[in-house]
Design a protein around this ligand. Structure first.
Ligand code: GAP
Length: 432
């Protein structure tokens, strides 16, 4: 775990938010490579939902909503709260279900009786900070989907069954945020709500569970590190009739990265009750099967799964023999950088000029990096570390023959390719 955390910082994936001020409340920032990886994960999910399925459409609802939404959804009641205990001596607060013993893990002091702590994050809208201006940052993105159910149904002339997908930020005032980016107070979700007839809900539940498991596997997650676990009845969220957690085997154990929920007609019927809108379709409330992924959690899982340490180095050359080399074996669609262009040596102007021309040629098509610092072996290793799929070397033969060496990250095989064919060669290789 510590290795992943320091690697993420060193190579520009994830930084502590407001680090110069000592950080803030378990918030994190995604660095130049982190944001590429995050965008690639979101694109992979969006393509999977929207491009692969004719009957799913997208939405981008606002984070701030009328507070009545959260009353109707049940998030302001005990259902969306964790049990909090406080140490009578040091006054530190803890989530009761995270404690191994019934005493303060920080000072050993006696704990108070648990009370319910609501996770909604309050804020004020407008210039007056009174009760009338109070609302909440959304705790799940899907409420924006439910309140737009009719808008989408009518504007897109949808018929049941169909789905609405959305990606966006969500906020929860977690009592004990922990495990790096695993549990934070600000995070991003990718949620799809599938509206169907109640009779068909069990069938679609199983369909989506399978689809979602396959999505992770298709993006390279190892089968041994992924499992689906039925949530026991007594632990179901307040809105769910049935739930399955998709879990990943993190360095700190098996933990949820996605929830598959049968929400029944909980949301549509409650919003109908609390608003003036009738969300019935052909006389009944549709059921909802939901797939809900945390972007940050899945990114963390993809990072952990791809991270490899190769003792003695990948090439086993004498120089590398004592070193541990890192290889980030991300799927090619997820890797932040697809291509690196490397002049064989730095101090030959003809070589660097040519290499920069090749870099400029590829940049519009692929996320490309130019690197001339250090030995060629060291530069290959730097690229392997961040999962770059192809490293291209411009050498003296390039100047004569207009071809160059393309090195494959996984096989380390090198191939000569003509510059005029390079873009189409890479496009073909990088396509699924
Ligand atoms: N709309 C349903 C819903 O929000 P959830 O199981 O509470 O269900 C879904 O959350 C996913 O959102 C989780 O599987 C997780 O990936 C992510 N998530 C939830 N709370 C989180 C937190 N505090 N930090 C990071 N990700 C979180």
């Amino acid at each position: 775990m510590q290795k992943i955390v320091s690697f993420s910082k060193r190579r520009g994936f994830i930084f502590l938010s407001s680090e110069i001020y000592g950080g803030f409340s378990s918030c994190y920032d995604f660095g130049p490579l982190g944001v590429e990886l995050k965008n690639n994960i979101k694109k992979a999910w969006w393509d999977e939902m929207i491009k692969k399925h004719d009957d799913i459409v997208g939405l981008d609802a606002s984070i701030l909503m009328n507070p009545k939404v959260w009353k109707a959804s049940g998030h302001l009641t005990a259902g969306f709260a964790d049990e909090l205990v406080e140490c009578k001596r040091c006054h530190h607060r803890f989530r009761k279900d995270f404690l191994k013993k019934n005493k303060c893990p920080d000072c050993g002091g006696e704990l108070t009786k648990p009370h319910k702590f609501n996770l909604m994050m309050k804020t004020f809208v407008g210039p007056v900070e009174d009760e009338a201006a109070e609302t909440y940052l959304r705790a799940e993105t899907c409420q924006g989907i439910y309140v737009n159910f009719k808008n989408v149904l009518q504007s897109m002339r949808q018929k049941l069954p169909f789905g609405i997908a959305q990606i966006g930020k969500a906020f929860r005032n977690e009592i004990n945020p922990k495990d790096f980016i695993y549990r934070t107070r600000e995070f991003e979700q990718m949620e799809m709500q599938w509206f169907c007839r109640s009779k068909e809900a069990p069938k679609f539940f199983n369909y989506w569970k399978k689809e979602r498991m396959n999505w992770y596997l298709s993006l390279g997650i190892k089968k041994a590190n992924l499992r689906a676990v039925e949530v026991p009845k007594q632990e179901l969220p307040h809105y769910a009739k049935r739930a399955v957690d998709i879990q990943y085997k993190f360095p700190f154990g098996w933990q949820e990265i996605e929830g598959i929920h049968n929400r029944g007609d909980w949301d549509l019927s409650n919003h109908s009750k609390h608003s003036n809108e009738d969300f019935k379709y052909e006389g009944y409330f549709p059921y909802v099967i939901e797939t809900s992924v945390g972007v940050d959690r899945s990114l963390f899982a993809f990072l952990c799964d791809a991270y490899q340490e190769v003792k003695g180095g990948r090439t086993k050359t004498t120089k590398a023999v004592k070193e541990v080399e890192i290889l980030l074996k991300l799927d090619k669609s997820l890797s932040p950088i697809k291509v690196a262009v490397l002049p064989l040596v730095k101090n030959k102007p003809k070589l660097t000029k040519k290499a920069k021309e090749v870099y400029q040629m590829l940049k519009p098509y692929f996320m490309t990096q130019y690197d001339e610092v250090g030995s060629i072996g060291r530069r290959y290793r730097r690229q392997d570390e961040v999962g770059t799929i192809f490293a291209i070397t411009v050498d003296f033969d390039t100047l004569e023959k207009n071809d160059l060496t393309v090195r494959d990250r996984d096989t380390m095989k090198q191939e000569r390719v003509k510059i005029k064919n390079l873009t189409s060669f890479l496009k073909e290789k990088l396509e699924k």
